[in-house]
Design a protein around this ligand. Structure first.
Ligand SMILES: [Zn+2]
Length: 84
């Protein structure tokens, strides 16, 4: 089963979201496993990981929700995209 089998029903075209093409860049994130383990990762190439407690393997997803923001919230670092 691919992560897309799980993500695509959660992110239909009617729900605002982005699709990420990971390019091996650095990431800093908090990670929670189904076993309840919560840990922090700061590094690169975060495509797959193994839980340090239960040793289950996970694949990092490629869809992420987006939330409408005000101009004031976005202004410091907004990216102006081109119309497709
Ligand atoms: Zn775990």
């Amino acid at each position: 089963m691919s992560h897309l089998d799980i993500e695509q029903p959660l992110f239909p075209d009617t729900r605002p979201h982005i699709w990420i093409q990971w390019k091996g860049t650095r990431v800093c994130c908090d990670v929670r496993c189904t076993c309840g383990c919560l840990w922090h990762y700061d590094g690169g190439f975060f495509y797959f990981f193994q839980c340090p407690r239960c040793e289950k393997y996970w694949e990092v997803g490629t869809h992420m929700p987006v939330y409408e923001a005000t101009k004031e919230e976005a202004e410091p670092c907004v990216k102006h995209l081109q119309t497709p």
